[in-house]
Design a protein around this ligand. Structure first.
Ligand SMILES: [Zn+2]
Length: 434
């Protein structure tokens, strides 16, 4: 192999370097997987952040560790440590391209046929919890940045890489905390790429909104042999379910979005009834439950909404159903509690970060990138809403469907290809006039 540094620096040289560093991408992915950064509770965040930070420090980055003190879950046993690394590229002042990845993973769960925290390499894949979501993406971004730095290209501006925590639990101790303190706001940062596993040929410009709520219907307890003396909270909930089935679901299905959400089934408003709990708990010892009329029934709703809908409309739709029932059904009483809300977000598909990444996909893979939105939410919302930076997309290796599954893996060829795309996109963005 010829040494690419002997020749005049070119973008093709950067791509060659990345191709030659496949083993480094694999090794870094394995190293990150071996930190079981399971959230909750938020384990080994600091050592994992340090592993990433110290590598980047050796490559000339200024590295800062930020603990999100006082955020949900932050305790001395489980401190919320984030790392942000910045490197000026030496070609004078200019833009900053920021790669942000979350270090936390969900629990391994059951069904694994291999050790989830070993980082097994087999058949062109790296296996492990977080391989695809999203330690493989972080490794690809790191090697992409290092290849640009080593290329000898004279680039203005700066590259930043952050490893942040708690994305899987809302991002409050991670990107949200940093965004509140200006880490994701211009002029410090101009473009953000989040290497979430959206597939190597897709540029993800945003995500739908989320509204979680708990509805409780109230009843009156009585003996089960004389239910007419009580009032069943479960029957009241049944009436609500009937309305949801016959009125709300058809209305949601008819609501189409301009957001290019994938898969196709998510290109509309959706509702999942997450859980229902009503009546007496069954005894755990195998005995019979007591015969009583249910005095309470609770249901958790997970509503995903579109950029064309407002959060107030989403809330109002469920309130209206409940109010109709309160007017129609004797003794219908309820509580509606909001648990969690996230606004939808969408970057400009014709903006610099989306177009630069799409052009890089075309050059590296030889086919057009699909412009998509994610059905679920990720940290882009905080960059947009708190950091006030719209120039943020998700682009990275890995198949989204594998995230959070047993035997999660990421393809090595995809990591290499996505590292090339990220390097080209960054070089393009950095060399645009400010
Ligand atoms: Zn993720």
């Amino acid at each position: 192999m010829t040494d690419v540094l002997d020749r005049a620096p070119t973008l093709d040289g950067v791509l060659e370097t990345i191709g030659a560093r496949e083993d480094e991408i694999v090794a870094l992915t394995q190293e990150l997987i071996r930190f079981p950064t399971v959230n909750p509770p938020g384990d080994v965040y600091r050592p994992c952040a340090e592993h990433l930070g110290e590598r980047l420090r050796r490559r000339g980055f200024d590295v800062t560790y930020v603990r999100a003190e006082g955020t949900p879950g932050d305790t001395d046993a489980y401190p919320r440590w984030n790392v942000v690394a910045r490197r000026e590229l030496g070609g004078g002042p200019g833009r900053c391209v920021h790669f942000n990845g979350h270090l936390d993973v969900v629990e391994a769960g059951r069904g694994w046929t291999i050790d989830p925290f070993e980082g097994l390499v087999k058949d062109g894949r790296v296996y492990g919890r977080g391989a695809c979501d999203m330690k493989g993406g972080i490794a690809a971004a790191v090697v992409a940045a290092e290849a640009l730095i080593d290329s000898g290209l004279s680039l203005p501006g700066a590259i930043e890489i952050s490893g942040t925590v708690d994305e899987e639990s809302g991002g409050y101790g991670g990107v949200a905390y940093l965004a509140e303190r200006g880490w994701f706001t211009p002029p410090r940062v101009d473009h953000v790429i989040i290497p979430e596993p959206l597939n190597v040929d897709r540029v993800c410009i945003g995500h739908r909104g989320v509204w979680w709520a708990e509805v409780e219907t109230k009843g009156r307890i009585a003996h089960g042999s004389m239910p007419f003396l009580g009032d069943s909270a479960i029957r009241h909930m049944g009436a609500l379910l009937e309305r949801i089935e016959h009125e709300l679901y058809p209305a949601l299905a008819a609501r189409r979005s301009d957001m290019p959400v994938v898969p196709e089934g998510a290109r509309q408003s959706t509702l999942n009834i997450n859980s229902i709990h009503g009546g007496q708990a069954e005894p755990g010892d195998g005995g019979l439950p007591s015969p009583v009329v249910a005095d309470s029934c609770r249901m958790v709703l997970d509503r995903r909404f579109l950029i064309e809908e407002s959060l107030d409309d989403v809330r109002g739709e469920v309130s209206a159903l409940l109010e109709t029932l309160a007017a129609e059904r004797p003794e219908f009483a309820y509580d509606l509690r909001e648990l969690f809300a996230v606004q939808p977000t969408m970057a400009d598909r014709n903006g610099p970060v989306a177009t630069a990444t799409a052009a890089a996909v075309r050059r590296v893979l030889g086919r057009d990138a699909a412009i998509v939105c994610s059905p679920g939410t990720y940290d882009q919302k905080h960059v947009d809403r708190i950091g006030r930076l719209k120039e943020c997309i998700a682009y990275g290796p890995g198949v989204l469907d594998l995230a959070h599954q047993p035997d999660e893996w990421v393809g090595i060829a995809d990591m290499v290809a996505s590292a090339k795309v990220m390097a080209l996109a960054a070089a393009d963005l950095l060399t645009r006039p400010r």
